[in-house]
Ligand binder design. Structure first.
Ligand SMILES: [Zn+2]
Length: 127
């Protein structure tokens, strides 16, 4: 027969170990995001006149890395002008733009990239 103190001790250890593993998984996910965002674009360098399919895939890869982050915040507003962080397209003054915050990542994107982001976010939530 196991006494209450032992059960409480075992339960406390299990909860602590679960938190430790969750923190480790979060760290690994952050590192994977950093690797993708740092190196992936170089593998799929944009070539003028190249196939849009590769660009689209590269954009999705970046957006997927952000979308799969556990806590994502999205803000929408009028642009003060600038470039989309994903496709490097021009966001004109007063056009709609989206700011996405996912852990250490903060990206400003245009409407077309936001549509891709929503699709990736939907996939992330289904997984
Ligand atoms: Zn874009």
């Amino acid at each position: 027969m196991v006494d209450v103190a032992t059960l409480l001790n075992d339960g406390g250890w299990t909860v602590a170990e679960s938190r430790r593993l969750r923190d480790r998984a979060r760290t690994l996910r952050d590192e994977a995001c950093a690797i993708v965002l740092t190196y992936r674009a170089h593998r799929f360098r944009v070539i003028r006149g190249g196939n849009d399919g590769e660009d689209g895939q590269r954009h999705r890869t970046i957006l997927r890395a952000v979308a799969w982050y556990p806590a994502v915040k999205t803000f929408v507003g009028s642009s003060r002008g600038g470039l989309c962080a994903v496709c490097r397209g021009l966001i004109r003054l007063n056009d709609v733009e989206y700011d996405i915050e996912a852990g250490p990542w903060k990206v400003r994107i245009d409407v077309s990239c936001y549509r891709l982001f929503v699709e990736e976010m939907s996939d992330a939530l289904r997984a």
